[in-house]
Design a protein around this ligand. Structure first.
Ligand SMILES: [Zn+2]
Length: 416
C-alpha cells in the first residue's frame, strides 16, 4: 500500500511541467510588415507576446536554442535575453508562496499575493458574508472538473439597472488578472461603504457583476502542474493534447483568423463554438441576465502588454463598429486615468489592429451579440520584463491603477 502510494506520489511529482533552461528572447521589431519570419519558427517556440510595432517575445526550449539563435541571426534580427531560465523564475516565486499559511477570513485576505483557486473562491463567499448589505454571491456554472465558477454582485438595490460585467482569468497563466479584479472589487466596496460620492453615484446607477477567475480548472492546474498553462482542461478525444483556448470559443465569428483547428495549439478554437462548459456557462448566464437588464459594459481582463482594446477582434479590415467614437473615447479616458496613478502607460484602440486578429473572442461577442456598448479586452502589466510571471510586488499597483481606470470607464459609460 505504502509502495503504491509512494509510486503515485512520484508520478504526480514527475508530471509537473518544468521549464529548466527555457529562455524568453525579446526580438526587436523590424519594419512592421516584414514579419514573415514569424511563421518560420511558429511551431518551434511559444510566443509570449506579439504586438505589432513592439518587440516579439518568444520562449525557446534549450534543445532548440542554437537553431533559433542561428535563424534569428540569419534574418539579421536584433534580439536580447528577457528571461534566462524560466524555471528559475517560477521556482523563485513559488518558494515564497508554498511556505505561506492559508488566510482566515476577509480581514486576513492577502490581496498583495497570488491566491489559489480555493482561496479565491473563499474570498467570493467571504465578500458576500462580510458585506451582505451590498454584495451577493452568484454562480456562473461548474467547470469541466466540477469546480464552481463564482462571482460577486455589487449592488445598492433597485430593479433592471444597467450592468457592468468583469471577468478575470479566462487564460489560466495570467495570474495578475484575478488578483487585479479582486482588488478593483475591494476598492469599490470600500469606497461605497465610505460614501465616496463618485462611487456611490456609479453603484446607484449600475449593478456590478464580477467573476475573478473564469477558467478555474486551468488556473488550478497552473498551481499544481504547469505554471504556464493557458487553456481549459477538457481532453480532446483522439489527441494527446488537452484543452481549448476559451477566448477563441465564443459564438461570434468562431473559427476564423487568429485561431487554430489543431488541438495541441495554444489558440485551439475547440471542436465547435461553446464546446467549453466554462464559456457556455458565461454565455448562458449573460444571455439570461440581459433579459430585462441592459449590459452596458463587458470587460475581459488579461495580461500582458498594457493595452485597452475595443472591438473588433476578429478582423483588422472590418469597418469600425457604429459605437466606435464612444468606445474609443472611453478607452482614452480609462488609460489616462490609469496613467495618473503610477505613471504606467497603456495604449487604447481596436483589438485586431493593436494586437492581432482573434476570432471567437469574448469582446466581439460581448458587443455584437450581447449588446454591451462598451465591450473591451484589457491586457494588464507588464510590457515584457516578466510577462506572465509578473512578481507579486506589482499586484497592489496594478490593482490601484486598474481601479482608477475602472472608475473613469464606468463614469463615461454612465454619461454616454
Ligand atoms: Zn489572455
Amino acid at each position: 500500500m505504502r509502495g503504491i502510494l509512494m509510486l503515485a506520489l512520484a508520478v504526480l511529482v514527475a508530471a509537473e511541467t518544468r521549464y529548466d533552461g527555457f529562455k524568453v528572447l525579446r526580438i526587436e521589431p523590424l519594419e512592421i510588415l516584414d514579419s514573415t519570419w514569424l511563421s518560420d519558427i511558429e511551431s518551434k517556440v511559444e510566443f509570449w507576446s506579439n504586438v505589432p510595432g513592439r518587440p516579439v517575445d518568444i520562449m525557446v526550449p534549450p534543445e532548440l536554442e542554437d537553431e533559433i539563435v542561428s535563424f534569428l541571426r540569419s534574418k539579421k534580427l536584433d534580439f536580447s535575453l528577457m528571461i534566462g531560465d524560466v524555471q528559475a523564475v517560477i521556482d523563485g516565486q513559488r518558494s515564497t508562496m508554498r511556505s505561506r499559511t492559508r488566510t482566515q477570513g476577509l480581514a486576513d485576505f492577502k490581496y498583495d499575493q497570488y491566491n489559489t483557486y480555493d482561496q479565491i473562491n473563499q474570498w467570493v463567499s467571504d465578500m458576500a458574508t462580510e458585506h451582505s448589505d451590498v454584495v451577493t454571491k452568484f454562480t456562473v456554472t461548474q467547470s469541466y472538473e466540477k469546480r464552481l465558477i463564482d462571482g460577486i454582485k455589487i449592488s445598492t438595490g433597485g430593479n433592471n439597472k444597467p450592468v457592468i460585467w468583469f471577468e478575470g482569468g479566462i487564460h489560466a497563466r495570467e495570474w495578475i488578472s484575478p488578483a487585479t479584479v479582486m482588488l478593483i472589487s475591494k476598492f469599490l466596496v470600500e469606497d461605497l461603504k465610505n460614501s465616496d460620492p463618485q462611487v456611490v453615484q456609479l453603484v446607484n446607477y449600475f449593478d456590478f457583476y464580477i467573476v475573478p477567475s473564469l477558467n478555474v480548472d486551468g488556473y488550478a492546474f497552473t498551481w499544481s502542474d504547469d505554471r504556464l498553462w493557458r487553456k481549459t482542461r477538457r481532453p480532446n478525444p483522439g489527441y494527446g493534447c488537452i484543452g481549448t483556448d476559451p477566448n477563441r470559443n465564443w459564438p461570434y465569428k468562431w473559427g476564423g483568423s487568429g485561431t487554430s483547428p489543431w488541438p495541441c495549439s495554444i489558440t485551439y478554437h475547440g471542436g465547435k463554438a461553446l464546446s467549453e462548459v466554462e464559456v457556455k456557462g458565461v454565455v448562458d448566464f449573460l444571455t439570461n441576465l440581459s433579459v430585462g437588464n441592459e449590459i452596458r459594459m463587458f470587460i475581459d481582463w488579461h495580461s500582458y502588454s498594457q493595452l485597452w482594446m475595443a472591438p473588433w477582434s476578429f478582423s483588422s479590415s472590418e469597418q469600425n463598429p457604429v459605437d466606435w467614437l464612444d468606445q474609443s473615447n472611453l478607452g482614452q479616458a480609462a488609460v489616462q486615468a490609469l496613467e495618473e496613478v503610477h505613471g504606467t502607460t497603456f495604449v487604447s484602440g481596436m483589438s485586431a489592429k493593436l494586437l492581432y486578429e482573434a476570432s471567437g473572442a469574448s469582446c466581439d461577442w460581448g458587443y455584437a451579440v450581447l449588446g454591451a456598448k462598451y465591450s473591451y479586452v484589457v491586457e494588464l502589466r507588464d510590457k515584457g520584463n516578466y510577462g506572465f510571471l509578473l512578481p507579486e510586488d506589482q499586484i497592489m499597483a496594478s490593482g490601484e491603477e486598474a481601479y482608477k481606470a475602472t472608475l473613469a470607464a464606468v463614469e463615461y459609460a454612465m454619461n454616454n
